[in-house]
Write a protein that binds this ligand. Structure first.
Ligand code: F6P
Ligand code: MN
Length: 359
């Protein structure tokens, strides 16, 4: 029995007992959890639910939408638009922010989300997730796009759900990062992983090495040293993982440490990274920092970036603090030209990599 254990509602009442709109934030997170339970049920049905496969439609990123992308998006909208808690919503699957319909009151928060992260994995029955970020909206007027463009450091809450062998909700309201496991029989999220703490050191990295020829020299340097293991600079062996589902990689890092990288590369000069700042990088960066880890573009702390566009992409390097700091140092040494001995001759044409240094 779970009586006496901490449910999500009890936890939120305890953590958000303060004045002002804190109670509304707790209520909003409970609504998000309701959507997450619905998405969990859909993903768990697999082929039996008739939800798998793509639809003949692309999103604003030019990616083909899966049926589940659209259904998960609808679940998030329907669960949160009605309660007078949000002033507006923005989603990876919607080109423009969602306007709260006439007839529903507007509230003090903006909810930004990736309804189904890693959705290419649904067809192969590998873990996927939902990522969300909550920002404040202090005006009575309906929000314009610019109101969403707040730095990650302004988030009042962030979290993700992971739909794996167990469904979990991991969230932060700025007082640590905490994990809840869905008890399917009772229908409650139970606090099972309070105060997550990422080990500062680690010997596990995650990167899509099929992009190696497009990486910048500091990323090459780091990965090459990891691969050299005991025989090289690092003096110990490293392990590598790549699930192609950011939520799943981040969850592993929160549980046992490691580094995740989707760095800046030269694959497509129009895209300074793969992941989206507002609803992937920022919420995950908050969870990672709140668990004692670090999150950077390689050049700047992710949470300090001033967003310019709702769907903007960004380089992401996050996880165990000492490893992330090392990669950031490699970027700085590269910028100062101090990394010559480590850089392969192929990558000595420095001017190739001098675009978009602001990131
Ligand atoms: O949403 C983007 C995403 O699906 C992440 O979840 C994942 O880390 C990444 O893309 C996978 O990228 P790739 O297809 O290059 O392996
Ligand atoms: Mn995603």
């Amino acid at each position: 029995m779970h009586l006496g254990r901490t449910t999500l509602s009890k936890f939120l009442i305890q953590q958000l007992a303060g004045a002002g709109d804190q109670g509304k934030l707790a209520a909003l997170l409970v609504d998000v959890a309701a959507a997450v339970k619905a998405i969990s049920a859909m993903t768990a049905k697999g082929a039996l639910g008739g939800f798998l496969g793509a639809i003949d439609q692309t999103n604003v990123q030019g990616e083909q939408q899966k049926k589940l992308d659209v259904l998960a998006n609808d679940a998030m909208v329907t669960a949160t638009e009605w309660g007078g808690l949000v002033a507006g919503l923005a989603s990876e699957e919607l080109d423009e922010p969602y306007v709260i319909p006439e007839g529903f009151a507007r509230g003090p928060y903006l909810l930004v989300f990736d309804p189904l992260d890693g959705s290419s994995n649904t067809d192969v029955n590998v873990s996927v997730g939902t990522i969300f970020s909550v920002l404040k909206h202090d005006r009575d007027e309906a929000p314009a796009t610019i109101d969403y463009l707040q730095p990650g450091a302004s988030q009042v809450a962030a979290g993700y759900a992971i739909y794996g062998p167990a469904t979990m909700l991991v969230l932060s309201v700025g007082q640590g990062t905490h994990g809840f496991t869905l008890d399917r029989e009772i229908g409650n999220f139970i606090l099972t992983h309070p105060n997550l703490a990422i080990p500062e050191d680690s010997s596990e990295f995650a990167i899509n090495t099929s992009n190696a020829r497009f990486w910048e020299p500091p990323v090459h340097r780091y990965v090459t040293e990891c691969q050299a293991g005991k025989a090289g600079e690092r003096g110990r062996d490293f392990n590598m993982r790549w699930i192609a589902s950011m939520v799943a990689e981040v969850h592993r890092i929160l549980m046992r440490g490691g580094v995740f990288m989707y760095p800046k590369d030269t694959k497509d000069p129009a895209k300074p990274g793969r992941l989206r700042l507002m609803y992937e990088a920022n919420p995950i960066a908050m969870l990672i920092e709140q668990a004692g880890g670090a999150a950077s573009t390689g050049r700047h702390r992710l949470l300090d970036l001033a967003p310019e566009q709702l769907h903007q992409r960004v380089p992401v390097i996050l996880g165990s603090k000492n490893e992330v700091q090392r990669i950031v140092r490699y970027h700085a040494e590269y910028a100062r030209g101090e990394d010559k001995p480590f850089v392969s001759p192929l990558f000595n044409e420095r001017s190739l990599f001098r675009t978009q240094e602001f990131l």
